[in-house]
Design a protein around this ligand. Sequence first.
Ligand code: GDD
Ligand code: MN
Length: 377
Amino acid sequence: MTSLAPLSANPAAIRADSVAPQLCIVVPTFNERDNAPVLFEKLDAALQGIPFEVIFVDDNSPDRTWEVVRRLAQQDTRVRCVRRIGRRGLSGACIEGILASSAPFVAVMDADLQHDETRLPTMLALLQSGEAELVVGSRYVGGGSADSFSSTRAGGSKFATVLAKQLLHIEIADPMSGFFMVRRDRFEAIAPSLSEQGFKILLDLIASAKGRLRTVEVPFTFGTRLHGESKLDSLVVMDFLGLVLAKLTLDTVSLRFLMFAFVGGIGLLVHLATLYLALAMNAPFAVAQGIAAFTAMTGNFLLNNRLTYRDQRLRGAKLIRGLIAFYIVCSVGLLANVGVAFSVYDQNAVWWLAGIAGALMGVVWNYGISSLLVWRK
Ligand code: GDD
Ligand code: MN
């Protein structure tokens, strides 16, 4: 492999009027059209003298945030817009924004002004001096606070923090923060292990770095949202629990697989309930079993589309095509399930062992093949 020549080798090749950004601020947005311009103004004021760029990563917001950002970018070359179509997710948006920058230092912050942009120069100085490789804007160290939280949200946040710290052996006070700055090269080295799902990119980064990321916390006060509303809902909480489980199994079991298996468990209940009802209505067993299987498969498909794969949800014609592909995948999965169960039973005649082996074979097959054929990227 040949190494690249140093950038300054040919000064004539560098345009005189361009100043390479030292710092990139990545701002994930979903329905933040009123907040984005205010945030940019505040960043401009807070970062006087620091060459920076701001990358807004917008998931095709219905309120057309991307349009507002594009207009800003027309007026100021320090603003960039990444508009993602057909994908959703805070973590994925942050990863994509960070990888889109070539600045040596990258920060992630919310668009709604809840994070304190005046802390950015301090955070940058810590990275530039080499004292830290990751700086976390922290609500839970001396001088920081999250007073604007409702009591439920405050309780939930504290509980999640304790859970994550205990289970994943994380030392810092606020691993659930959405405000941090990191050396881009260090981030890029860890990026292949990060999950695109959910909100907890910082937690994922720290857990995946396994102590190899020198981290310093800087206190800040979590403010109140300027315009619009929070997108943190119960699905985001599920994502968080899934992330903790995935990390506990050392990434051998992915968050998506856990969700898929969970949905599969619900499918089994749906199957049994439908079978029971159909038999109660005097349907012949074979017919009842067929109806139950179709109901369960359809239900599983819709649930997976809404939960497991909601970041790449199928709609319209793709939904129908996906459903048909899912029926086919699951039918083959069932054959594999029965085949494996039979051969295990043949060898040792323990019925439940054979049953579990068959079910495992089925879920692994269904998950693997449907990620290739149904929800393919
Ligand atoms: N691109 C994109 N896609 N952006 C998103 C998405 C998404 O699916 N969901 C949310 N965002 C953006 C919002 O537009 C906002 O700029 C930022 O991500 C944070 O979302 P909020 O909905 O404001 O989250 P929050 O204030 O409830 O939660 C914040 O605080 C938590 C700590 O309590 C976030 O910073 C969390 O990451 C943090 O853990
Ligand atoms: Mn917010």
